[in-house]
Design a protein around this ligand. Structure first.
Ligand SMILES: Cc1ncc(COP(=O)(O)O)c(C=O)c1O
Length: 436
């Protein structure tokens, strides 16, 4: 079939239409997607190991999501929940509250993007505690709005040139065991990086001034940095002892990405506030703050919300996503996928010197590439070359990490075996070609 446009033509038009700052990883334009496959405007097929950056856990254009969107669009697309509310936003809140960790009464605020969820979680924490400060972590990513960017640690490209930033945000080291900021080794370290919070209170910010600590259970953009299981329970306890709220930013780790609905389940920590976005509505813009009801209800009417928050079409898509998790046993599928991926990545590490570390939980896994396993010199250029090698052969895969040297896997959880095998084979060929 003759395609109406080529990738090259679209690239030329793009230059005159879209700012350079909104850069794209690939120079090919999607025509359609199905499950874990996408097709560009020239009809080329790609296995998608990126899932639109952790958004397509249920796969591209899942028929149930498509049907839900169509059905809702025919009824109504917008009223503004703050003007004329609708039942299915309430139903979605109830469903989310049943799966977000926490044996306490909850309430849910719907907004549009991950950054907006983070902003609102901090607003609620500040309002409730009447304290100004927020502690975030080195290597964190929390979005591109002014507060999201302030909470984010990585300077380039996220913060450089965009300051001044929001006051009263403090960053403490994270449990990056592969490159321990304290030069210790797990488990002999006793996870003392969590105890360091006590020291942090002495030299950075008083606990009495701190409204919340915000943490990603596994740092996504930061390099899939995965703390030991003791880390978050320790931090949570220190927070509790000091009246500091614990915000789990589950925007990338949530919705089954780690084999449980939320990653904090692995750590057995019940956050006071949890932010959810990305795979929540299979690509429709929707995010949420799910939190302790007493905190959520503390804010005066009109203090939180927004024109599009909890858009009816997005809520319908999210309800379909929740249904798919149940009817397709997606968590079990995710766990099986995680086991397969882990064994392949471990093999890659055995075979290729370039792979310095394999980490993550369930199917949220990554490989950190290094020039030399002793010096751990980051191999960012190799990571870049690997992405290109893969893309040229029909695999979309992403890098992350402060040095850009971490290859992360975020394929739809519904990926079929042959598609997975195809993608992993391309990845392995690339590693083999680059390995010195
Ligand atoms: C952990 C985390 N928080 C917040 C965000 C920001 O989400 P959004 O891009 O939807 O604003 C992201 C996006 O990558 C994320 O991974």
């Amino acid at each position: 079939m003759k395609q109406p446009v080529t990738n090259e033509q679209l690239n030329d038009r793009r230059a005159g239409a879209i700012p350079k700052g909104q850069a794209s990883l690939t120079s090919c334009y999607i025509q359609s997607g199905k499950g874990a496959l996408v097709y560009d405007v020239e009809g080329r097929e790609y296995v998608d190991f990126s899932g639109g950056i952790a958004v397509m856990n249920v796969g591209h254009s899942h028929p149930k999501v498509v049907a839900a969107i169509k059905d809702q669009a025919e009824k109504f697309t917008h009223t503004c929940f703050m003007v004329m509310p609708y039942e299915h936003a309430i139903a979605l809140a109830e469903k989310l509250q049943a799966v977000v960790p926490g044996h306490f009464a909850k309430s849910t605020l719907f907004i549009n993007s991950g950054a907006e969820a983070v902003e609102n979680a901090v607003k609620i924490a500040r309002y409730y505690t009447k304290r100004p400060a927020v502690i975030a972590f080195e290597h964190s990513f929390h979005g591109r709005t002014m507060l999201g960017m302030t909470l984010t640690s990585k300077v380039k490209p996220y913060k450089y040139g965009f300051g001044p930033f929001v006051p009263e945000v403090y960053h403490m080291p994270y449990a990056y065991c592969y490159r321990c900021p304290f030069n210790l080794e797990y488990p002999a370290c006793g996870v003392s990086c969590a105890d360091y919070l006590h020291e942090f209170f002495l030299s950075h910010v008083a606990p009495e001034s701190t409204a919340a600590l915000i943490a990603e259970p596994i740092q996504g953009e930061g390099g899939f940095i995965t703390p030991p299981l003791e880390y978050f329970p320790k931090l949570k306890k220190i927070c509790e002892d000091n009246g500091i709220l614990f915000i789990a930013d589950e925007i990338q780790t949530g919705m089954g990405r780690t084999g449980t609905m939320f990653a904090m389940e692995h750590y057995q920590v019940e956050a006071d506030l949890t932010t959810v976005a990305k795979s929540l509505a299979a690509g429709m813009p929707l995010s949420a703050v799910v939190g302790r009801k007493d905190l959520m209800d503390s804010v005066h009417p009109g203090g939180i919300g927004g024109t599009y928050g909890g858009n009816p079409v997005s809520c319908s898509a999210a309800l379909a996503v929740m249904e798919i998790f149940e009817s397709e046993n997606l968590l079990e599928k995710a766990q099986r996928l995680g086991t397969k991926l882990r064994s392949r990545l471990d093999q890659f590490k055995e075979k290729y010197e370039l792979v310095g570390d394999v980490r993550g939980i369930g199917p949220m896994l990554a490989m950190e590439l290094v020039k030399d396993r002793k010096t751990k010199t980051p191999a960012a250029d190799d990571a870049k070359a690997l992405l290109k090698y893969c893309f040229d052969r029909g695999l979309i895969v992403l890098a992350c990490g402060g040095y850009g040297n971490v290859i992360r896997l975020l394929m739809p959880l519904v990926i079929e075996d042959d598609q997975l095998e195809k993608g992993l084979s391309i990845l392995e060929e690339g590693l083999s070609a680059l390995n010195r």
